[in-house]
Design a protein. Structure first.
Length: 219
């Protein structure tokens, strides 16, 4: 029993060290991007040795994916919940825009929207592309359902989804969260621009009803 307790303690310490490394990497990636972040810097930020980094992660790419993967999966799950008939499509799109834009402008997660091209190896690039395609598919499905219900205007759902995702990605490059327009205002401007171009009269009515019910004053 004592041996089992010792194993559990070692596993707990190992997991804590792994999380410490991931937190340090996320902080540095947010500050200076992938290309400018080295494993030596991550080790220093975490208060560990370079050997400790390699004990948990075989490469810088693997560490990057450990940071990015869970965040992408959380974003996907939020979108999946809206796309799979659990949320009104118009409200779901509005929630998606606000949540995703807020994430894209958060200093800790702006790098998720590729502030720079990241030279991933073939396997990591394949995984990243699979995640991107799933994200695109979920948003396209949500838009298609909204069109079927008469809430969104006509147009290829996949093309519309790609336009929205591309615009969010680009905004992470040029928008300054510390600039003259606060993040909340920027998210509202962006969301309203997309919704005004996509919603039908019925869709706008649905958004207005939901906004009044939630007391957020959305027009």
């Amino acid at each position: 029993m004592d041996n089992n307790g010792g194993v559990r303690r070692r596993r707990g310490r190992s997991q804590a060290t792994r999380e410490q490394i991931v937190d340090a990497a996320a902080e540095l990636l947010a500050q200076q991007g992938y290309m400018s972040t080295s494993l030596d810097q991550v080790a220093a930020q975490a208060g560990l040795t370079r050997g400790a980094i390699y004990y948990h992660f075989e490469s810088k790419e693997a560490l990057y994916w450990e940071v990015v993967g869970p965040a992408l999966q959380r974003a996907q799950q939020r979108l999946r919940d809206r796309a799979e008939y659990k949320t009104d499509p118009a409200q779901g799109l509005r929630d998606f825009l606000k949540n995703t834009l807020s994430t894209a402008q958060n200093p800790r997660s702006r790098y998720l929207w590729y502030q720079e091209m990241i030279p991933l190896d073939e396997e990591m690039r394949r995984k990243a592309r699979e995640e991107e395609r799933e994200f695109e598919r979920l948003l396209a499905d949500l838009i298609a359902r909204g069109q079927e219900e008469g809430l969104f205007g006509d147009g290829d759902p996949k093309i519309i989804a790609l336009i929205i995702i591309s615009a969010i990605s680009r905004s992470a490059r040029w928008y300054d969260p510390d600039g003259r327009v606060p993040v909340g205002d920027f998210v509202e401007i962006f969301s309203q621009l997309v919704l005004s171009g996509l919603l039908t009269d019925e869709g706008r009515g649905r958004i207005s009803q939901d906004g009044a019910a939630n007391g957020d004053g959305t027009d």
